[in-house]
Design a protein around this ligand. Sequence first.
Ligand SMILES: Cc1ncc(COP(=O)(O)O)c(C=O)c1O
Length: 417
Amino acid sequence: MPSSWNNRRTFLGAMSTTFLGTLLQQTWPGTSSKSELDTPLPGEMQKGKDYLFEPGLTYFLTAALGPCSRTVVEEISKAMYTMESNPSAKLYGTGEFASLAEKTRESAATLLGCKKDEMVITRSTTDGMNALTQGIRFQPGDRVITTDQEHGGGLLCWKYAERYLGVKLDIIEIPPGENDSTAIIGRIESALTNQTRVISVSHILSSTGLRMPVEIIAEIARSYDILCIVDGAQAVGNIEVNVKAMACHAYATSGHKWLMGSKGTGLLYISDEVNDIIRPMQYEDNRNFYNESIGVGNLPGAIGLGKAIEIALSTGIANIEKHNMELRNRIYNGLLKIDKIKMMSAAPGKLASPLITFQLPDEIDSQEFRMKLAEKYKMMVKSVPQRWMNGIRLSPHIFNTEKEVDKLLEVLRTELN
Ligand SMILES: Cc1ncc(COP(=O)(O)O)c(C=O)c1O
């Protein structure tokens, strides 16, 4: 790194502190008073009033999109108002805003346990996965192992490689409801060939919330000199993630789900061990938020994401995970008492995550059921895509309460018994 960059960073860091201090004195349209901004962060995450939900809404849909807290919305608004006062000067001129986006990369690196240089701010998990695929110089006949439970955002990139780059896919089956990590590892091992270049799996399955044995999968990949790429859309901000301990080569995630950051943001880790093997065009110049190979990005979004990460770190991911798992296990135990449904997620224990899914009987359509809960009870849940099952997925997060879980269970009992 050029030494001029270090000087520049120190100078900009000092500028941005003063600058932000001034901003915090101001009131922004549609935002709260200063005293609300001063609320201690860990407590803030636990209070419903710090989110902008419609009155009476119960939200069990973070796995699709998480809500930004009021503080994060204010941070994005401040950045927006200031930037639009003199766009080019704020963005390129002194670079004060660009340095805030770089701060987001630093916080993200702390969150995932890697170096800042290994971290990129993206638009989404899908964006990160696409960049990885595009950055690997595949040869026709190379093979990729993945699973039939990947989200479209983690699968399209490999389908693209199959269609246009001559890559062959080995898609192993994970029957929903099986929840057996030994069987999954066995299937991956059986699919290995001399041509396998990548093993790509989700950290937490979008369909059932199964925690995949990613550490073991990474170890297998490494032992055969294969890349291990993990789609962490459902993990970051939800459970503890350390990419170095996991030992994957690359990890893509979203900012707009469990981190509750700005919509249209994501994070991508590329280990510096594979800098010569994974070279996405977007980061050819460097991995800064603004660089000459990617151009201008959504700077207020990146700054809002930084605030969301800061809040998550100050709350403590271990505390968030504990809270989410307690609610999830309460849902699990309640669901077992409803005869008409079939539990698809793992029993409380090491394979369970805060996402929990149940299957509906054939005569009840999951889409219609989801809409009924939204219209009749203002309760937001997800219908699982039919290619996986006729099911409903719930994703409790830090702002949800036991009372809301009990209300959910009551609603399900009323509608299904
Ligand atoms: C496992 C998984 N991967 C990828 C995605 C897509 O995320 P994004 O919209 O951030 O690309 C999702 C979204 O639900 C997901 O569950």
